[in-house]
Design a protein around this ligand. Structure first.
Ligand code: NAD
Length: 252
């Protein structure tokens, strides 16, 4: 069997960062035949990603929406369904950290930012997309968690905790919905040279220090993550339920 996603419709959150995993996932899925609903809070970025999807020869819809806000998520899903009629694949990718600090010195507002996006964002999108998947008895939800959700992340403890929550969410939801033909799995990238460390106010040089600790001595690329997502979204993965796959060059 070949990896075939022809004419599937995929919604990818956080797909506006031009160096991010979300854009890489969207473009990889498009190369395998998917039409793409590309979401981000960055309209210009997500429009660029949508234009690249169209250049590959697939349809695209760029939607600015904040996934931490349930009403914006509901509106986004309605627009996607109005255009495409269904969402076959949901990739919950939008996520962030905040500046690394000892746990006791981390301001509560940083916990809130990270919990709101990394947990509520995933809950909102999954809740809004699932009903039409359950009704059609078909769908794939793929959550982008992190190696930090498995190993923990000193000085970014709250971030690791949110990503661990998504691993448990993936397992629990998968067991709940697999009898309705909906698959839920997760991908846990390792160190990636995206905007993640910029948005998270990590100190300069952190990416190089982090990559030096990876056995392959390479950062995980958006294509690395996109390839694993495409596999999990395809029929090739139809005996894989509730699992989390590290794509981290042997770091974890
Ligand atoms: N880069 C890494 O080292 C690394 C490692 C493991 C896991 N991850 C995870 O990968 C995912 C993608 O991050 P990235 O590394 O590509 O970072 P990135 O900062 O390049 O991309 C994140 C994207 O999410 C968007 N976003 C932020 N808030 C949003 C919101 N409220 N609603 C919709 N979109 C929003 C941003 O605008 C941005 O385009 C995240 O879940 C992150 O936790 C990253």
């Amino acid at each position: 069997m070949e990896l075939d996603l022809k004419d599937k419709v995929a919604l990818v959150t956080g797909a506006g960062s031009q160096v991010g995993f979300g854009r890489g996932i969207a473009l990889t899925l498009a190369k395998h035949g998917c039409d793409i609903v590309a979401n981000d809070i960055d309209l210009e970025g997500v429009q660029k990603t949508a234009a690249e999807v169209e250049a590959i020869g697939r349809k695209a819809l760029a939607i600015k929406a904040d996934v931490t806000k349930i009403d914006e998520v509901k509106d986004m899903v309605k627009k996607a369904l109005d255009k495409f009629g269904r969402i076959d694949i949901l990739v919950n990718n939008a996520g962030r950290a905040t500046a690394p600090t000892p746990f006791v010195e981390t301001p509560e507002e940083n916990w809130e930012k990270v919990i709101n996006l990394n947990i509520y964002g995933v809950f909102h999108c999954s809740k809004a997309v699932l009903p039409q998947m359950l009704e059609r008895k078909s769908g794939k939800i793929i959550n982008i968690t992190s190696g930090a959700g498995i190993s923990g992340m000193p000085r970014c403890v709250h971030y690791g905790a949110t990503k661990a929550a998504i691993i448990a969410f993936t397992k629990g939801l998968s067991k709940e919905v697999i009898s309705s033909g909906v698959y839920v799995n997760a991908v846990a990238p390792g160190v990636g040279d995206t905007n993640f460390m910029v948005t998270g106010n990590f100190p300069p040089g952190e990416i190089d220090r982090a990559v030096a600790t990876v056995p392959t001595k390479k950062a995980t690329t958006p294509e690395d993550v996109g390839n694993m997502v495409a596999y999990l979204a395809s029929d090739l993965a139809d005996q894989i339920v509730g699992q989390t796959f590290l794509v981290d060059g042997g770091h974890g």
